[in-house]
Design a protein. Structure first.
Length: 204
């Protein structure tokens, strides 16, 4: 009987201990839930994609591409012309070429072209050795003497007259005629384009 009573007492004490421990645990949990850290737990920041992070660190720029055009009537002509003399003797050919060029220069000046607007551009002497009827060297020697000048014509109404006078004076090479608008150095020209050189910016 005594043993049975002791067993009941032991069981009651164990149950009381378990109840006390449970009450203490519940009290501690309640205190934790009431603390500010537990009541306002910060939410995790949303993840940012790597490409978006890279974009945020890159400076944003705007690129604008434009094109401007100006159309105008040319007011200057550049003519490349000259003479070519062919002969069997180099001295005679050179002498004839010199005389022909002097006549051409005189004709250009007489047509109203200023001396500063005439510049030598090309001088050449080359030898031709033709073949005979049988396909072998003929033994002949032919010399070609060429001399060309660049002529600047500032009055376009005078171009036709200058060409006519040059051909009559012996010019047998009219290589090219270009029309252009010369730039004014150091200031804006009459078409509103700023330039710092004497180059030509437009050709027709």
């Amino acid at each position: 009987m005594k043993t049975k009573y002791q067993t009941l007492v032991t069981a009651a004490v164990s149950a009381a201990i378990i109840i006390v421990v449970g009450v203490i645990a519940m009290g501690l949990m309640g205190l934790y839930l009431l603390t500010p850290a537990a009541a306002a737990k910060p939410e995790a920041a949303p993840a940012i994609a790597p490409d978006l992070q890279a974009q945020e660190g890159t400076a944003r720029t705007i690129t604008v591409v434009g094109e401007g055009k100006v159309s105008a009537q040319p007011d200057v002509a550049q003519i490349n012309m000259g003479i070519e003399v062919v002969g069997p003797d180099i001295k005679e050919a050179s002498s004839q070429a010199e005389a022909a060029m002097n006549g051409l220069l005189a004709a250009l000046k007489g047509a109203g072209v200023a001396e500063k607007d005439i510049q030598t551009s090309y001088y050449n002497v080359w030898v031709e050795r033709p073949y005979g009827q049988q396909g072998g060297p003929s033994g002949d020697t032919i010399y070609h003497v060429s001399n060309s000048v660049n002529v600047t014509v500032r009055d376009l109404d005078n171009v036709a007259n200058i060409l006519s006078q040059a051909i009559e004076a012996g010019a047998n090479n009219i290589n090219s005629i270009n029309f252009s608008i010369p730039c004014r150095s150091g200031h804006s020209n009459r078409y509103g384009l700023s330039t710092n050189s004497n180059s030509t910016y437009s050709r027709f």
